[in-house]
Write a protein that binds this ligand. Structure first.
Ligand SMILES: Nc1ncnc2c1ncn2[C@@H]1O[C@H](COP(=O)(O)OP(=O)(O)OP(=O)(O)O)[C@@H](O)[C@H]1O
Ligand SMILES: [Mg+2]
Length: 199
């Protein structure tokens, strides 16, 4: 991608700075920019499709999480990772299912990086968060070293997760304290009508 961007930039700079205006050359360079942009777009689309979670489309959220957790079990041999799912997710908007999946991924990544845990519990359930709101409740708890919620080290994972969840009108709670493990709990709208409403 870097090479394509470099070529696009060179063509654009040449168009901008050309001492004389040769319409044929200009048209060739502009055409090359368009072609290279199209090529980049196709590459990016393919890349994003390949980065999608395995099985989310074909198998649904619960099975995709089973797969995700089982790959993490292999990466975290000393840690007991339990997943509990209940409810149906076939009608959940894609953005919400993907956010639930990414939340679990980020939580497990954090546990691998920071927690030193022995036991991890992952929960997915469908719940009525309030009178009228249909939501998914995702929770990841570990018994690791925890951290001070008031002064977390400056990563972007939790901030990004909060933005994703709140952007859908959901809510993310992070709790725990040093020596007492960590708990991530999210409520994410499960119905299209709820997506984007204030939490
Ligand atoms: N499960 C956990 N156990 C212990 N500490 C944690 C846990 N999750 C997060 N933390 C602490 O909170 C900080 C912020 O987490 P966050 O995911 O935002 O950033 P990061 O993992 O350090 O970096 P990034 O996610 O951007 O790669 C971490 O640096 C770590 O100190
Ligand atoms: Mg992180």
């Amino acid at each position: 991608m870097g090479q394509y961007l470099q070529v696009i930039k060179l063509d654009a700079v040449s168009l901008r700075d050309a001492p004389t205006r040769d319409p044929v050359l200009q048209s060739t360079q502009a055409g090359a920019i368009v072609d290279n942009c199209n090529h980049l777009h196709t590459m990016l689309t393919g890349l994003l499709q390949r980065l999608r979670p395995v099985g989310l489309d074909e198998l649904g959220l619960a099975a995709a999480l089973e797969h995700c957790v089982s790959t993490w079990r292999a990466r975290l041999p000393g840690i007991d990772v339990q997943l509990t799912t209940s409810g149906e997710y076939g009608d959940v908007p894609e953005a919400c299912a993907l956010t639930a999946y990414r939340l679990v991924q980020e939580a497990l990544t954090n546990i691998a990086k920071h927690a030193g845990a022995h036991s991890v519990r992952v929960l997915l359930e469908r719940t009525r968060a309030s009178e009228s709101r249909d939501a998914m409740h995702v929770e990841v708890t570990d018994d690791g070293k925890g951290f001070d919620m008031k002064s977390p080290a400056g990563g972007l994972g939790l901030i990004g997760m909060r933005e994703r969840v709140e952007g859908l009108g959901g809510r993310l709670e992070v709790s725990g304290s040093p020596g007492k493990g960590t708990r991530l709990g999210a409520w994410i709208p499960a119905m299209t009508a709820d997506v984007g409403e204030a939490a």
